[in-house]
Design a protein around this ligand. Structure first.
Ligand code: ZN
Length: 404
């Protein structure tokens, strides 16, 4: 249980919390002494919230550890990722709406291109579009194996997810992507004796996949690799742990997946801009105590090394913010899951700027702008990401005192 003392401290209160995550928010200056992406961005709305509320920095996993987005989100939700391990297959499958229950196996798949000798010539099948991949997806969906249930769903472009359901399945299986071209996909092996049945079944499934993908209509997608075999990790649920009815507004499947695994309702909506996402929040606002909003493109621009692009995304979030503030949340937290400095073109270990704004309860510090430097000086100091949920509950006046 994340913070087993929290459920006993909860008190009922009609208050609402928003967690706004800009993925990979933390950055670095390009030149010594220069601004970071967040500091370079014109963010009048966030600056006002920073002036009224409290700033700090959060450490995603542990100091010096560069996290993936999955574990980094678990930490934001209050689950220590070093304790709760969630396989990517379960995240991805959940994210595209496939049910993954205890005993099911979920796995992520990539289409790849195999040469006439069965060796991989392109690990992503030429990065085919979602439309181009559809015929290949349909062929995978036609595969049936005796005694088990199979579901295949497209994730995006060359990526898909598979869920296998049946008796005696265990997910301790190796990934089959050899990570290089010129090699054949790796055979599936059971990493524990209990996983042998699953290994045999997935080996059969891959053989069937190869057969049905030989169809010329599937084009470059004539092979598959599988990775991240996993089952439902049985995480404690948000309603039980925090007493919150929680919703997730996210564009990308993995973030919807991790939210669903902790018991959030995933909200369906059209569009992919911050304005679209905030409009979706507005629509469901009355029905929830807690809304998690995920903005992906800050991270994508950081990974591309596009400093100016990341600045623009941050500015677009700020520009849309009045829509969110008009809902009058009791607590608004704005932060990221980790840093993705454009200068590094990758995730990094640096602590992440954090802002909490709660008009009834926040204690102002000396800072008046949202940025890495003000956050490093902010009133909350530097603290673990797993602590933000108890902080939010306290500011939402949803917790009793500890002890007499
Ligand atoms: Zn991330």
């Amino acid at each position: 249980m994340p913070y087993e003392y929290i459920p006993d401290l909860l008190k009922s209160k009609q208050s609402k919390i928003i967690l706004l995550i800009m993925d990979g928010l933390g950055g670095l200056p390009i030149e010594a002494g220069g601004p970071t992406e967040l500091e370079a961005a014109a963010t009048p709305n966030m600056d006002r919230l920073a002036a009224e509320g409290t700033l700090g920095q959060i450490t995603p996993i542990r100091p010096g550890i560069t996290p993936g987005s999955g574990p980094a989100h678990l930490a934001l939700f209050g689950y220590d990722p070093l304790h709760y391990e969630v396989g990517r297959g379960a995240l991805e499958a959940n994210g595209v709406g496939l049910d993954v229950n205890p005993g099911d196996i979920a796995v992520r798949g990539n289409f790849c291109t195999l040469d006439p000798n069965g060796l991989i010539s392109d690990r992503r099948a030429g990065r085919i579009s979602s439309e181009e991949a559809m015929p290949a997806i349909e062929r995978l969906q036609s595969i049936q194996l005796p005694g088990i249930e199979l579901e295949v769903r497209q994730v995006k472009e060359y990526r898909f997810a598979v869920v296998m359901r049946g008796e005696g399945l265990h997910p301790q299986l190796n990934d089959t992507d050899p990570q290089v071209t010129g090699k054949a996909p790796l055979p599936i092996r059971a990493l524990e004796p209990s996983a042998q049945r699953a290994a045999d079944l997935f080996t059969q499934w891959v053989a069937e996949a190869q057969k049905v993908l030989a169809d010329p209509l599937t084009g470059k997608a004539n092979g598959v690799t599988l990775r991240g075999f996993a089952t439902d990790p049985g995480l404690p649920q948000y309603g039980d742990v925090y007493g919150l009815k929680a919703a997730c507004v996210a564009v990308y499947p993995m973030y919807r997946g991790v939210s669903k695994l902790v018991g959030m309702d995933v909200i369906k909506f059209a569009g992919d801009t911050p304005t679209d996402e905030f409009a979706a929040v507005e629509k469901v606002w009355d029905g929830y105590d807690f809304v998690f909003i995920h903005i992906k493109k800050t991270d994508s621009k950081g990974e591309d090394g596009d400093f100016a692009g990341k600045v623009k995304i941050i500015e677009s979030v700020d520009a849309a913010l009045p829509k969110l503030l008009a809902l009058n949340p009791d607590v608004l937290m704005i932060t990221g899951d980790h840093s993705t400095p454009a200068r590094m073109k990758s995730h990094s270990w640096h602590p992440v700027p954090f802002l909490i704004w709660a008009p009834a309860t926040h204690r102002p510090d000396f800072e008046t702008q949202f940025g890495e430097r003000p956050c490093a000086r902010g009133g909350l100091g530097t603290f673990p990401a797993v602590d933000i949920m108890s902080l939010a509950l306290a500011h939402a006046e949803r917790m009793n005192k500890y002890g007499a």
